[in-house]
Ligand binder design. Structure first.
Ligand code: SF4
Ligand code: SF4
Length: 175
């Protein structure tokens, strides 16, 4: 196994959550996960892949990048495995060394960070417009956007934080 992938497994077993060895595949984490239907690997499968040292398969799939970090999985686990924390750790490590294979996910992360670097916070209309522009599908999801805007769930005018330069400096480290 590539040293990069084996070091992630080692760190999880040693520091992030040694309790992962107690996972007995009951599936309760997956049953509660709101995104398990669109994950290429379900949360319980990811735990099995970590145990088996198949970190590369996890990073090459979409699951850890779509995870909301909502922690439902972790709160349901009868063995107290910190599933969300493990997934977040793998995601962060993959991002640091640019190992993300799913192109659309990479684009989303980069654009999101760029926007945070400019305004100091997330700006959904800009993110949607930017993604549509990059993908060449200008009207993608516009029907949903109109409904959301109509209900004032998101603001068309971006809000800026006071210390934009400070945020921008932090963001630049990850771009
Ligand atoms: S709920 Fe816990 S023990 Fe059950 S499959 Fe998920 S991680 Fe494993
Ligand atoms: S933290 Fe991620 S994996 Fe866990 S339930 Fe939420 S979306 Fe699913």
């Amino acid at each position: 196994m590539d040293e990069f992938y084996s070091s992630i497994q080692r760190d999880i077993l040693k520091y992030i959550d040694p309790g992962i060895i107690n996972c007995y595949q009951c599936g309760k984490c997956t049953a509660g996960c709101p995104l398990s239907d669109i994950f290429e690997y379900k949360p319980n499968q990811i735990m099995m892949l970590v145990q088996a040292g198949r970190i590369e398969s996890i990073i090459n799939s979409n699951s850890i990048f779509l995870c909301l970090s909502c922690e439902i999985c972790s709160s349901r686990c009868p063995q107290d495995v910190h599933i969300a924390k493990i997934m977040q750790y793998i995601r962060n490590e993959a991002w640091k060394v640019d190992k993300i294979k799913v192109a659309s996910i990479k684009r989303f992360y980069k654009l999101f960070l760029k926007e945070v670097g400019i305004t100091g916070r997330s700006y959904e209309p800009g993110l949607i417009a930017g993604l549509n522009l990059i993908s060449g599908k200008l009207l993608n999801d516009m029907d949903i956007a109109v409904k959301i805007l109509g209900k004032r769930k998101i603001n068309l005018i971006p809000e800026f934080v006071k210390d934009r330069k400070g945020i921008s400096r932090i963001v630049k480290k990850y771009l």
